[in-house]
Design a protein around this ligand. Sequence first.
Ligand SMILES: NCc1[nH]cc(CCC(=O)O)c1CC(=O)O
Length: 304
Amino acid sequence: MKVIVGSRGSKLALTQTNWVIDRIKNANPNVEVELKVIKTKGDKIQNVALDKIGDKGLFVKEIEQELLEGKIDIAIHSMKDMPSVVPQGLKFSYVPEREDFRDVIILKEGYNSLKELPQGAKIGTGSKRRKYQLLKYRPDLDIVPIRGNIDTRIRKIEEENLHGVVLAAAGINRLGMENKINNKVFYVDEDIILPAPAQGILAIEIRENDHRIEELLKPIHHEESKIQAEAERGFLEAIDGSCHIPVGALCTVNGEEISLEGLFGLEDGSAMVRKTVKGKKEDARKLGFNLAEEIREEMGKSER
Ligand SMILES: NCc1[nH]cc(CCC(=O)O)c1CC(=O)O
């Protein structure tokens, strides 16, 4: 039996996809797995700020089309880049174990922490979630909009004379970057920057009725990561967040109990609400919806 796995061609996407492919092969030694690299619209538009060119889905559509047409059997994405609604005929399969959910700041050489940066230090990020949470912690920072893949963003520390850039720890860890660069990788506590919903979680997308493929993926299932994805993405869906507004979420699983913390802000960062709810793990998605409702309500009060 042969299966074709589709992926974007960025270094991170390929590393993630090959990680999943290795695990599929290990669990199913008789299956032949082929990698197919697919170029998406998001890969073609390089110079426009991400928050100015539409929405999530930019890195996804072409890959989902090939999945629907049977040109590939499995698609691997970063779950945090996935739109809240999966197209008709497709679904997410088993969720593998999550990488680090935190954000990191790659600091200019000579600096070791966020605290010690000078007044007015320049930090590069294109994400409003990262921007407004950082400004809440350090209102003096000068946030500079940047985008590009991980290497490009790290290069901008030099090119644009920044004190640091914010990235997802998951990407840095998966690429083993910490050992490849001279810069200090500073892991930001989630109390300071709540991560994006499902940051560090991979999405394995398949055709809805493809039980044959689903069976191959079963051994890579990680229960806790699946519950986190459900709760955090439930929140994302209900809050109706786009990448134009600050949205963050983090679910913690403790036996049968889960807690879900969410963050939602106005587009200009003038108001932000952060709140935690607790519930049962089988209600993960519903808990996400409840949290969104509570946060919306609180946001309404603060706007009046
Ligand atoms: N926004 C792009 C993106 N999508 C997923 C990751 C990293 C991996 C992950 O969060 O799962 C990144 C890079 C980043 O935010 O630094």
